[in-house]
Design a protein around this ligand. Structure first.
Ligand code: NAD
Length: 314
């Protein structure tokens, strides 16, 4: 436990979406432990995003103590995002940290999926993050100009988007979820660029941790069974630790990055860049040429579940 002298986030105000449970709750706990004031924004929905329960945010905020406040509306609308930012300003005097963590899952093979599920997943897992960044970042810039953030000029403003290896590798039946997470990574890059001059950082974190979501995995084969056994060993506090580090004063030099956290292991993901080039010929022969010239470096169809099925460092 830190003493008040060593708390790195004293005086900082944070919004964490999906903070009522799982990884989001661990992040809210870690930010509060470092002295931040946190809005626990969670509508208490089921994994599929149904059946909201306002007691989830309330109970978590109560457990976190006087530096936490509950907000139990769904974050998936622009109006609610503005309400959240207004609440942070009114209750905590400003907004310094935004963690977009809320997400739902509605898996189905792409040839069977219901477009309404696609819309709900994109709205919750991707659009909500844009709404909140959109509502908060203008205020963060103004706060900076007004001197919030320290005696050496403005160097505050942290945005962390919780993505998923499913959005980087892909996974069977996760068209909507993976697309939302891949989109969230794109949003992270542009946010980092748009806010660089204001010294506001934006990073993406791909977590691996035991939560109610890993608990309900129904293994379809031996590989999935071992994946689940391994996933159940990984505590969410490791993810919270890295998110808190990105939000700390020293985190100001880290922006636009894609970081994975799996137990005590932290890794930096590469970002898609051309790996090899060739000059295109006529369509009649181009596919063959592409196979010959680019084929050795094609990316195979390994799912994220297969790629990370190794013993975690716990
Ligand atoms: N658990 C893992 O291993 C893992 C792996 C990859 C990515 N992730 C990501 O980590 C994040 C947290 O996942 P988790 O495993 O803790 O899930 P979880 O279901 O335990 O927690 C998500 C929380 O978000 C809340 N939420 C959902 N929709 C909301 C909405 N519209 N408004 C407000 N709150 C809403 C839920 O009520 C829930 O408390 C998610 O973004 C998820 O995609 C988790």
């Amino acid at each position: 436990m830190s003493t008040s002298e060593t708390k790195s986030l004293e005086g900082r105000s944070a919004i964490v979406t999906g903070a009522g449970r799982g990884i989001g709750r661990a992040i809210a706990e870690a930010l509060v432990a470092q002295g931040a004031k946190v809005i626990v924004a969670d509508n208490g929905a089921s994994i599929a995003g149904d059946d909201g329960d306002p007691t989830v945010a309330r109970e978590t905020a109560e457990a976190l103590g006087t530096n936490a406040l509950a907000f139990s509306e769904s974050v998936a609308s622009p109006g609610v995002a503005r309400q959240l930012v207004d609440m942070a300003i009114k209750q905590f005097g400003g907004i310094d940290i935004v963690v977009n963590n809320a997400a739902i899952l509605r898996d189905a093979f792409v040839f069977r999926a219901d477009p309404r599920d696609w819309d709900a997943v994109i709205r919750t897992n991707l659009s909500s993050a844009f709404y909140l960044i959109n509502a908060a970042s203008g205020i963060m810039r103004e706060q900076g100009k007004a001197g919030r953030g320290g005696k050496d000029g403005y160097d505050w403003g942290r945005i962390v988007n919780i993505v998923s290896s499913a959005g980087l590798y892909g996974n069977l039946g996760q068209a909507a979820y993976a697309s939302a997470k891949a989109g969230l990574f794109g949003l992270t890059r542009v946010t980092a660029m748009d806010l660089a001059r204001a010294q506001i950082t934006a990073n993406a974190v791909a977590p691996f941790a035991r939560t109610r979501v890993t608990d309900i995995i129904q293994p379809a084969n031996e590989a999935q069974k071992t994946y689940k056994e391994r996933a159940l060993k990984i505590g969410a506090h490791h993810v919270a630790n890295v998110v808190t580090a990105l939000c700390s004063p020293a985190g100001k030099a880290i922006t636009g990055q894609l970081v994975g956290v799996r137990g005590r292991e932290v890794f930096l993901f590469g970002q898609p860049r051309p790996v090899t080039t060739m000059e295109a010929g006529e369509p009649a022969t181009l596919a063959q040429d592409m196979l010959a010239r680019l084929g050795p470096q094609f990316t195979d169809l390994t799912t994220d579940l297969e790629a990370f099925n190794t013993e975690p460092l716990v």
